[in-house]
Design a protein around this ligand. Structure first.
Ligand code: SAM
Ligand code: SF4
Length: 327
């Protein structure tokens, strides 16, 4: 029997978000406004180390892994990473969060290697605004990537949209038209405050509640979560093929249903997106024979996971931006 990861507050952890690189080719204004700055001291996890992370978590009851970054698809061995994680039969869902820039070209090969689910970030359906937010004139390419995803056989594609006041908070009708006949789950993520993003946060943060109210007024209904689902509250409507998700980390009790852990691209275990330095696992990723020791460390450190984050007190811990831990 697989021992299930459980913390001191009896929360069970079925979901791992694994960052495989910090490198990114976009410059999203809420994440890496000045672009990625290479740091020659950083060595990202190798394929073998990633395999061992996958095995360790699979042996601890993880059912879902999300590959993230930086931009995970920039790794040349991305397809091999997908295949390596899927070697674990316990991992039923393997997802990627991507800026979509490589999707049109490569998504079929990702699917063939075993990827089961894709999240692509699209903050605006206006090509010029998309360019202004991401620093890349790639709107059309990303849209073609989504079409390629459906053509490759993905039944549903998730889209992440960071909700920002005076940017896209009045665009619900446009987004709803877009998903009317497309099986897209569009998830509004509340802008999160990071160490580098305080001014932007003050200017643009708006609660997802404004979207929730509009959805309820238009007859949308909230669905029930399953145990390895992410943090979104999902809404559906009989006239729409698509769904809307809301991710509201500032809402009271957000942390009660936490079911996910994170490993950064340099092999640190993070018990929360915000607030701690991370626990190095790297010394236990050198040999296959260290598997049991790796599992023991993860299980033991999980007992120190706090009940909640401290974002409400304006404390974003050490998280300078989300590109090094993957959002
Ligand atoms: N590069 C990939 C992408 O953009 O999809 C994966 C990494 S990115 C850090 C993961 C997710 O975090 C994206 O959907 C992005 O929009 C979101 N994100 C980044 N910074 C954020 C912030 N300050 N607040 C809310 N979401 C943020
Ligand atoms: Fe890159 Fe994703 Fe951050 Fe945008 S949100 S800069 S695409 S890591």
């Amino acid at each position: 029997m697989v021992s299930q990861l459980t913390d001191a507050f009896d929360r069970k952890f079925y979901y791992l978000r694994l960052s495989i690189t910090d490198v990114c080719n976009f410059r999203c204004n809420y994440c890496l406004p000045d672009g990625y700055k290479p740091n020659s001291n950083k060595r990202f996890l190798t394929l073998d180390e990633i395999k061992r992370v996958g095995r360790g978590f699979a042996g601890l009851g993880t059912e879902k892994v999300r590959l993230t970054g930086g931009e995970p698809t920039l790794r040349r061995d991305f397809v091999d990473i997908v295949a390596a994680i899927r070697e674990n039969s316990a991992i039923k869902t393997l997802a990627v969060t991507t800026n979509g820039y490589r999707m049109a070209r490569d998504i079929q090969s990702w699917k063939d290697a075993g990827l089961t689910s894709v999240n692509v970030s699209v903050d605006s359906l206006d090509a010029r605004q998309f360019h202004a937010i991401t620093g890349q004139d790639k709107f059309r390419q990303v849209m073609e990537g989504i079409d390629a995803g459906f053509a490759a056989g993905f039944k549903k594609i998730k889209v992440n949209t960071v909700l920002m006041r005076d940017v896209n908070d009045r665009s619900l009708a446009t987004f709803l038209d877009w998903i009317k006949h497309r099986p897209i789950q569009l998830r509004f993520i509340e802008l999160m405050e990071t160490g580098e993003g305080t001014d932007l946060f003050r200017k643009h943060h708006v609660s997802g509640e404004v979207i929730r109210q509009q959805l309820l007024e238009r007859g949308w209904q909230q669905a029930i979560r399953s145990r390895s689902d992410g943090p979104a509250q999902v809404f559906s409507h009989p006239d729409y093929q698509g769904e809307i998700g809301l991710i509201m980390p500032y809402e009271k009790d957000f942390c009660l249903s936490c079911n996910r852990l994170r490993v950064s691209a340099v092999g640190h275990l993070h018990l929360c997106l915000f607030g701690e330095q991370g626990i190095s696992l790297r010394d236990l990723l050198e040999e296959d024979s260290q598997l049991e020791a790796l599992k023991d460390r993860i299980q033991e450190k999980l007992q120190t996971k706090k009940q909640t984050h401290f974002l409400h007190q304006g404390n974003s811990g050490i998280t300078q931006n989300l590109s090094f831990i993957g959002g």
